[in-house]
Write a protein that binds this ligand. Structure first.
Ligand code: BGC
Length: 905
């Protein structure tokens, strides 16, 4: 029974940490394995609202269920407030309805009651709230500086009587900022504050800098780069997109040992000047001349004659807000091989990454070292730099002294596997530094097919390389934009590979911010593309509301909900979702279906589209647009039903049904004749019920006829395998997946790809590199190349691999893996697969193999989840679990499943 809460734990249920009430009846076989917050791991200074808690439970008791849970909250004074127990099994997405005040620290502990009794309390989780921009004393400050010119340094010296008991630095910028206290970098975060829709939202990092401060003189220095804010960006290379002045926002908050507080904030008392960094741009790279280093800048008493007084950059501080998702950090370091090629050294990291090269060189004062980057080599062995378009992706260093130097660029990143170095200095070592938004890995996959495993690795790397603050199309050329089409195509896969919930929720806020008053959703978020930037076939193109791109507004929130299980993403996005479908409805007017638009991307990069006109897919873009209209309307209906208005839900469903019927009537033939057409008709339920089986047969026949040749672009690719396997054609799905001839997924693997290509044939069967030409392409018409080796869109098939090969799928109605469909589909050509997914409830895993005439699977289900078995059966199959007849559903624990005479594709 329940504890006499608080009776022995201080007045009214309060007590200090050790006083959390013990359980009268306790379940010692069950414990809380992890209590976590919905904000990024280890973040300090989080938003004041929106906190959700989740915990995983481990239990040796197979029958244990969470009957209720109880939270204890401690608000700084060490006393616990034990809250009333709440009945139910839910253990993810638990909100603390009370918002935080600025800087408030709260600790949480949780325990759950099973049939046996209460567990022990979890290890406490500490949450420390940040400070909203309009409560900051700091001002954004800068000194005059040129776009792509020397990087300003801003500096302030201050004296402390004693070393502080604690110190927090709130740090942000209009631009990008690095900061040091007494010469030590304040954080391992990179590209701070990251990219958001700056006109409305700039993030603030909070850092614990207690250990960097000392009694006596201290020095705080910040460097401010152009970054996304002011540097040349977008394929039109416009500058000053968000503003023409860059500056830093820094607020150091000190608490002395006696409890006195002091704030040292960026203001006009700071002084600024320049140092060794002569130029730093995201696309172009960094130029560093060590001889111009501001020597002694980190020391007290630095001679700043020649420096200027900082001035305040007037800006609305309300747009500064605490960060909620992990920042960009170094996620891997790879030693590069070094080979001499004529006048240069060729470096190879063996893996396409986003980041830069750390060079250790030995040289003489005045030596210049130039390093260029590329994803692939020309057949001649030279770097292939055409694909970079106008991005220089070059770092240049001038040495100031004889001897060994460690060289690294700042405020930039390159997409590369190879690099070449020219210069007199001797290269001692070269390390590829890979960066990414530091999201926790969530899954693993391996199978009996080494090429498929490599493709999985390539997709994961493409996600890493492109999740750099926002989800981008590619990390190497003069683009690196948050293309919404690529994001929606990849969202479900992204959710499985890395813990992306907070990342998406941040980006979706920008999507909503950048939505037009009429509900139109841009093709890139943050939206920096203006109409005139984009030319397709020579004509300016409207970037708003393009089918399959703008639908990220509905598709991404539902994908996040399904994978992570909290309705919060839907609550936050519902208005944006409604406005997008409202926009489509207005565009359709009285005609039910959408009229033909001057331009749609359509099934972009269909392998049969003319190479230079990737929007000219086989399938009609009008049909595609209406299919996505139907899908978005249905997704809004689901969101309405879950968190909005049930009546509105029925209206959206009715809208979807009528558009689907009209679409089918008008374009049904499209559906039968192309892979993407059929996939849309089946997966988005455009085809009437009675036509589905025939349509699926036609799709399967199409695939069989072409020997598994994929003929879909960005929009059809995420759907086509599901359209097959959900309709009884697993064998044909495998035929596509395991095909090695171009175009196919594994063709790239055979060609040495380590990330996913943008074009199916980026390297042609004869080994030559695709020209990448675009008709007066969207690069503004000049260089026109469109050829990236690191685009995740086609990697969207990995979602199918988890759900259908490994056989672990979250249930749409009982999301976040609370209900898991265990549905592995073995094939003769793939007789073993294993996967793990770190769900919010704990680890879910499967390891299956075909063994003689049986399928043997080991399935581990986390506490709080139920697994529904959907096994590959034939008429003569029997199913046992741990030797007994299979129950209807399985709960936590490890289960050995045997299926005799399984269906094998
Ligand atoms: C990007 C794509 C994007 C497309 C839309 C390309 O330049 O790299 O991934 O979705 O444009 O036109």
């Amino acid at each position: 029974m329940e504890d006499p809460v608080g009776e022995d734990a201080g007045a009214k249920g309060h007590g200090n940490m050790t006083d959390l009430p013990p359980a009268a009846e306790s379940d010692e076989a069950t414990r809380i394995a992890g209590l976590r917050s919905s904000f990024g791991r280890g973040l300090l200074g989080t938003p004041l609202t929106g906190l959700r808690l989740s915990w995983a439970v481990r239990s040796e008791n197979a029958d244990a269920r969470q009957l209720e849970y109880q939270l204890a909250v401690s608000s700084g004074n060490g006393e616990w407030d034990v809250q009333p127990a709440i009945a139910g099994e839910v253990s993810t997405g638990i909100r603390d309805a009370r918002g935080f005040s600025a800087r408030e620290v709260r600790r949480y502990a949780v325990r759950v009651r099973t049939q046996v009794g209460w567990t022990a309390w979890s290890t406490p989780l500490t949450v420390e709230a940040g400070v909203p921009g309009d409560e900051l004393d700091a001002r954004v400050i800068g000194i005059p500086s040129e776009v792509a010119g020397p990087v300003p340094l801003l500096r302030r010296e201050f004296r402390l009587e004693t070393a502080p008991r604690s110190a927090r630095l709130r740090l942000s910028a209009l631009g990008l900022v690095d900061a040091w206290i007494n010469g030590v970098r304040v954080s391992d975060a990179l590209l701070t504050p990251g990219w958001t829709s700056y006109q409305k939202r700039v993030l603030v990092d909070t850092l614990d800098v207690t250990d960097l401060l000392r009694a006596g003189d201290n020095v705080l220095v910040a460097a401010v780069g152009d970054g996304w804010y002011r540097g040349p960006f977008g394929f039109a290379r416009r500058t000053a997109i968000y503003g023409d002045r860059i500056g830093v926002l820094a607020q150091l908050e000190l608490t002395s040992p006696d409890g006195a507080t002091e704030i040292i904030a960026s203001d006009e008392s700071w002084r600024g000047g320049f140092g060794a960094v002569r130029s730093a741009g995201i696309y172009d790279g960094t130029i560093i001349d060590q001889s111009l280093d501001a020597v002694g800048v980190h020391e007290p008493g630095f001679d700043d004659t020649g420096w200027t007084q900082a001035s305040i950059i007037e800006t609305d501080l309300a747009r500064f807000e605490p960060r909620a998702s992990e920042p960009v950090r170094v996620i891997a370091e790879r030693e590069m091989s070094i080979e001499r090629r004529n006048d240069r050294l060729l470096l190879d990291s063996g893996q396409n990454v986003s980041g830069w090269v750390r060079l250790v060189v030995r040289g003489a004062a005045g030596d210049v070292v130039t390093i260029r980057h590329a994803e692939v080599l020309e057949p001649s062995g030279e770097l292939h730099t055409a694909a970079l378009r106008k991005a220089k992706a070059t770092d240049v260093y001038t040495l100031a002294s004889d001897g060994e130097h460690v060289l690294e660029p700042v405020f930039t990143f390159h997409g590369f596997r190879y690099a070449d170095v020219v210069g007199d200095a001797e290269v001692v070592s070269a390390t590829a530094i890979a960066i990414s938004s530091d999201l926790e890995p969530r899954s693993t996959f391996r199978s009996s097919d080494a090429a498929l495993d490599q493709f999985h690795s390539n997709v994961l790397w493409s996600q890493r390389d492109n999740f750099v603050s926002v989800p981008t199309d590619c990390p190497q050329r003069d683009e690196r934009l948050g293309w919404t089409g690529d994001a929606q195509a990849f969202a479900a896969t992204a959710n499985t590979l890395l813990d992306t919930e907070a990342f998406w929720m941040s980006w979706l806020r920008d999507l909503e911010i950048d939505q037009t008053d009429e509900g139109g959703v841009p093709s890139v978020v943050p939206d920096i593309i203006r109409r005139q930037d984009m030319l397709m076939g020579g004509t300016p193109t409207d970037n708003m509301g393009r089918a399959g791109w703008a639908d990220a507004a509905t598709i991404v929130p539902l994908a996040v909900y399904e994978s992570y299980g909290s309705t919060e993403v839907l609550e936050r996005q519902l208005d944006s979702m409604r406005r997008w479908v409202g926009h489509l409805r207005r565009r359709a007017g009285h005609g039910i279906v959408l009229p033909t638009e001057p331009f749609q991307y359509g099934d972009w990069l269909d392998p049969d589209a003319p190479a230079a006109r990737p929007w000219e897919a086989k399938v009609s873009s009008d049909y595609v647009a209406n299919a996505f209209y139907v899908h978005s309307a249905r997704l809004v209906a689901r969101a309405e039903r879950l968190v909005g208005d049930a009546q509105a839900a029925s209206q959206y469903d009715a809208l979807a049904d009528s558009v689907a019927a009209a679409t089918w009537e008008r374009w049904g033939e499209e559906a039968v004749s192309t892979q993407t057409g059929a996939a849309l008709a089946l997966e988005f339920r455009i085809a009437p019920e009675e036509r589905r089986a025939g349509l699926a047969d036609a799709l399967a026949a199409n695939v069989a006829r072409s020997d598994g040749r994929i003929s879909t672009g960005f929009l059809g690719t995420p759907l086509v395998l599901f359209a097959l396997s959900n309709n009884g054609h697993v064998a044909e799905a495998y035929r596509m997946v395991l095909r090695h001839e171009a175009p196919s997924w594994l063709y790239q693997v055979d060609r040495g790809a380590t990330t996913v290509w943008e074009r199916w044939d980026a390297i042609l069967p004869d080994g030559s590199i695709h020209g990448g030409d675009m008709d007066a392409g969207n690069s503004g018409g000049e260089s026109g190349g469109m050829l990236s080796f690191n685009h995740y869109a086609y990697g969207a098939m990995i979602d199918w691999v988890y759900r259908t090969v490994a056989g672990l799928a979250p249930d749409a109605e009982s999301p976040g893996y609370r209900t898991v469909h265990v549905a592995p589909r073995p094939a003769r050509a793939l007789d073993r697969a294993a996967a793990t997914i770190a769900t919010g409830l704990g680890e879910l895993s499967i390891d299956w193999r075909l063994d003689g005439d049986a399928l043997e699977a080991t399935l581990t289900v986390p506490f709080g989840a139920r697994a529904l078995l959907d096994l590959p059966l034939t008429e003569s199959s029997t199913v046992t679990v741990n030797g007994d007849p299979a129950p209807a559903e399985l709960h936590h624990g490890t289960h050995r499943i045997t299926v005799t005479a399984p269906a094998v594709a």
